[in-house]
Design a protein around this ligand. Structure first.
Ligand code: SF4
Length: 87
């Protein structure tokens, strides 16, 4: 008897993982514009406010893993992530 593996459970696991950490994020009820601003520089007041939210977030490591090149992720701006060799 041959057992066939399906990719579907893997995508469900990935989806569950992504949704599970995002659902625990401190920024979940916050305005996304505090963290991500159309690829342009965020206003300094928004950066400070976003970092304050991140400072009480339980999923900083997961957030840094998912970071892209713009905005505040894991309490760090893009330049700070580059200096730490993070995305
Ligand atoms: S670390 Fe900051 S940006 Fe990342 S999920 Fe937490 S609150 Fe949101």
């Amino acid at each position: 008897m041959t057992t066939r593996l399906s990719i579907a459970p893997l995508t469900e696991i990935f989806s569950d993982y992504f949704l599970s950490w995002r659902s625990r994020a401190a920024c979940e009820p916050e305005d996304a514009r505090l963290f991500y601003y159309d690829g342009h520089a965020l206003p300094l007041a928004d950066i400070a406010e976003a970092k304050q939210v991140c400072s009480r977030c339980p999923v900083v490591a997961e957030c840094l893993d998912a970071a892209d090149d713009f905005g505040i992720w894991g309490g760090l701006d893009a330049a700070e992530r580059r200096r730490l060799d993070l995305r």
